[in-house]
Design a protein around this ligand. Structure first.
Ligand SMILES: Cc1cc2nc3c(=O)[nH]c(=O)nc-3n(C[C@H](O)[C@H](O)[C@H](O)COP(=O)(O)OP(=O)(O)OC[C@H]3O[C@@H](n4cnc5c(N)ncnc54)[C@H](O)[C@@H]3O)c2cc1C
Length: 399
């Protein structure tokens, strides 16, 4: 099972159905999540014949479970220095990516630029927030320290116990449900083929090169195959000889409906326990748990309780909000929490392991992978994120 969902979570909605599997394509992409579709759209726009093969429905993996934060500053942690340039480049690329996506799909993606507040409740949390602030400043991220009253002036619904906070003005957000519909639309408008409910069962290899995929509906020959199968990239069934260090990291989230009585938020707000992201349709996404439970998709009372308790601690109005939906999903998490991008075998390109930053990193991933396929060049900003880095860390083990 991909995930468990009760109520609203968004999705591709009605639209043209799936395409038939062609016999041949320039590029075959395994997985119609955000990453696979972003790359495929770029390549189709460049004039290649691209087929995306998805075993469920587009977005059914992590991509429709996400909150849609583009949080290069708020997510920054100790050890994140290596990833930061990639995140910042992608944050910059989001503007043209959004403009093109909206223009070519004819849809809006609820790109919101109010920014993100990271708040502290009580003295201990202020100390930890100060540490985070110093780290962000040291790494030249856009961030501003605010007093408790200054935070509440921006978000009057927050409790008076908010002691201090950070404002990250460049950490914007999108609505994942809208992004996935728009990507699907734009990709197909560019001539791409989307084949859903069709699992890829094996790679075709000839003379040391990957030359296509076997699926439950037949074979597809392709000049290049892109593995964008999210948390499932590490399962090893398609490329057992590569042992990709990608695992599922479960997250449970919920959507609440804001009302005039409950009050509302306009910024994304982070506490130490939860994040809360207001969307253009009046919903507030509260997320997300972080659980090492393999591919167990079940929603748990403990997980949902933690989300509600964490939200209520900062925003009392949540008690009045209706529950619109609850769901789980699997972050595709690599051993160093950074994506794995680049050629792994002749004819096989990897685009997996985006962990909790897939939305933030989609534009730079699409740019890097399409540049590699179209021109054979590695973008300098993506160069540190090849599979080889794991072999270098664990000499003797297969990459
Ligand atoms: C609760 C939660 C909140 C998140 N919030 C954010 C956020 O706010 N900001 C952010 O940047 N990121 C966030 N993320 C992370 C983000 O969702 C992921 O990094 C991103 O969606 C990964 O996209 P993907 O396309 O690689 O994977 P997926 O969306 O999982 O897509 C992979 C697809 O491959 C398909 N597939 C697998 N195997 C096969 C096969 N053999 N044949 C055919 N198809 C196959 C799957 O069915 C799936 O649809 C969040 C994630 C979760 C779970």
């Amino acid at each position: 099972m991909h995930a468990q969902t009760i109520g609203r979570r968004g999705g591709p909605g009605p639209g043209p159905g799936s395409d038939r599997l062609p016999e041949r394509a320039d590029v075959a992409v395994i997985g119609a999540g955000l990453i696979g579709l972003s790359i495929a759209w770029r390549l189709a726009k460049a004039g290649l014949a691209v087929a995306v093969i998805e075993r469920a429905k587009a977005g059914d993996g992590a991509s429709l479970a996400a909150t849609g934060m583009l949080a290069a500053a708020a997510e920054h942690e100790p050890g994140g220095e290596a990833l930061s340039p990639l995140c910042l480049e992608s944050q910059r690329l989001w503007h043209p990516f959004r403009d093109e996506l909206e223009a070519e799909s004819g849809l809006t993606i609820d790109y919101r630029r109010e920014g993100t507040l990271v708040i502290a409740l009580g003295r201990d949390e202020v100390e930890r927030l100060r540490f985070r602030y110093d780290l962000q400043r040291r790494d030249h991220l856009a961030v501003e320290w605010l007093s408790g009253p200054a935070i509440r002036a921006r978000e009057p619904g927050l409790r008076p116990t908010v002691t201090a906070g950070l404002f990250c003005p460049d950490d914007h957000q999108v609505d994942p449900a809208r992004v996935m519909v728009a990507l699907r639309q734009a990709f197909r408008a560019a001539g791409g083929r989307l084949i859903e409910e069709t699992a890829v069962t094996a790679l075709i290899r000839e003379g040391g090169r990957v030359t296509g995929v076997e699926t439950v509906a037949g074979a597809l020959r392709a000049g290049t195959v892109v593995l964008a199968s999210g948390a499932w990239a590490g399962e090893g069934s398609l490329v057992p000889d590569l042992a990709l260090p990608v695992r599922p990291l479960k997250g449970q989230s919920m959507a609440l409906q804001m009302t005039p009585r409950s009050g509302s938020l306009s910024h994304v707000v982070w506490t130490e326990q939860v994040h809360m992201a207001p969307k253009g349709d009046g919903s507030l996404i509260v997320g997300a748990t972080v659980e090492e439970t393999g591919f167990d998709p079940h929603l748990t009372a403990g997980g949902l309780f933690a989300l509600l308790e964490g939200a209520r601690r900062a925003l009392p109005g949540v008690e009045e909000m209706q529950v619109a939906g609850v769901w789980s999903g699997f972050r595709p998490t690599s051993d160093d929490d950074a994506p794995i991008l680049g050629e792994a075998l002749p004819g096989l390109v990897l685009a997996a392991g985006h962990h909790r930053n897939g939305y933030l990193l989609a534009p730079v991933t699409a740019e890097a992978v399409s540049t590699l396929i179209l021109r054979g060049e590695t973008l300098p900003v993506a160069a540190p994120f090849g599979l080889a880095r794991f072999a270098a860390r664990n000499p003797g083990e297969s990459a």
